[in-house]
Design a protein around this ligand. Structure first.
Ligand SMILES: Nc1ncnc2c1ncn2[C@@H]1O[C@H](COP(=O)(O)OP(=O)(O)OP(=O)(O)O)[C@@H](O)[C@H]1O
Ligand SMILES: [Mg+2]
Length: 229
């Protein structure tokens, strides 16, 4: 399988005042191949979301290297990063990051405003309906997000992440706020996407969820180790 993500000696620190900084990630190294399903586990504050944001090109590392699809992410302009993100990455944020006052449809179509190619934009709109059907929220298409349940909001967030048909889906605690049944349904969707060939990286607190993945990375105080069972 082709190497999709390669991270070498990656560190991230946040400056919180002129004297203080937080070391969120320290010398992280791993490779992810196309089509893998990976879980990232660790206690609260260990650096999981920080790592996912860097992998999703939403944030950048302080030192070290991140290669995505063979491209070095370092030194890219914001515009180049936005393009890479749009082409290859779907991101499901920890807090959904939906616009509550917009309809389901408008939320899911939001990433398309960045697409310049008309024909592609048309294809993506057609993709919308099949996506909403697949995620079982087609009947909610014109409803405002405020009126949805937590599980339905999670599905909208996943649909929005998939609208550009990215090769990689990054999901930060996709079942964190859900009951067991809904959480199982969301995991079934992620398994289906994996079976279709997507590379999936899930951050989770839940070991039962992590164990459903092919590989588990554990982060403790910014240090990452792969867990071998
Ligand atoms: N923007 C920021 N500015 C300063 N410090 C930050 C920032 N974002 C994260 N941190 C710090 O970096 C560390 C890692 O945070 P991160 O959000 O990656 O943790 P996490 O593993 O995702 O936690 P949780 O399970 O609670 O979501 C924490 O100490 C956090 O306080
Ligand atoms: Mg987090």
């Amino acid at each position: 399988m082709r190497k999709l993500i390669e991270v070498k000696h990656l560190s991230k620190s946040y400056r919180i005042s002129s004297k203080e900084q937080v070391q969120a990630l320290q010398d992280v190294n791993f490779t992810i191949h196309e089509g893998e399903m990976i879980a990232i586990v660790g206690t609260s504050g260990s650096g999981k979301s920080t790592l996912l944001r860097i992998l999703g090109c939403i944030d950048s590392q302080t030192t070290g290297h991140y290669h995505l699809n063979g491209f070095d992410i370092e030194g890219k302009t914001d515009q180049e990063l936005a393009h890479i993100r749009n082409q290859s990455i779907g991101f499901v944020m920890q807090d959904f990051s939906l616009i509550e006052d917009y309809s389901v449809k408008k939320n899911v179509l939001l990433p398309l405003t960045y697409e310049k190619n008309k024909e592609k934009r048309q294809q993506q709109k057609q993709h919308l309906l099949s996506l909403l059907q697949k995620l079982n929220i087609a009947s909610k298409e014109n409803q405002k997000v405020t009126s949805l349940s937590g599980g339905q909001k999670q599905r909208v967030a996943i649909a929005r992440a998939l609208i550009n048909n990215p090769a990689i889906l990054l999901a930060d605690e996709p079942t964190g706020a859900l009951d067991q049944k809904t959480s199982k349904e969301i995991m079934n969707i992620l398994h289906e996407l994996h079976a279709e060939g997507k590379t999936i990286i899930i951050v989770t607190h839940d070991l039962q969820i992590a164990e459903q993945c092919q590989r588990i990375f554990r982060i403790e105080d910014g240090l990452l180790n792969e867990v071998y069972s």
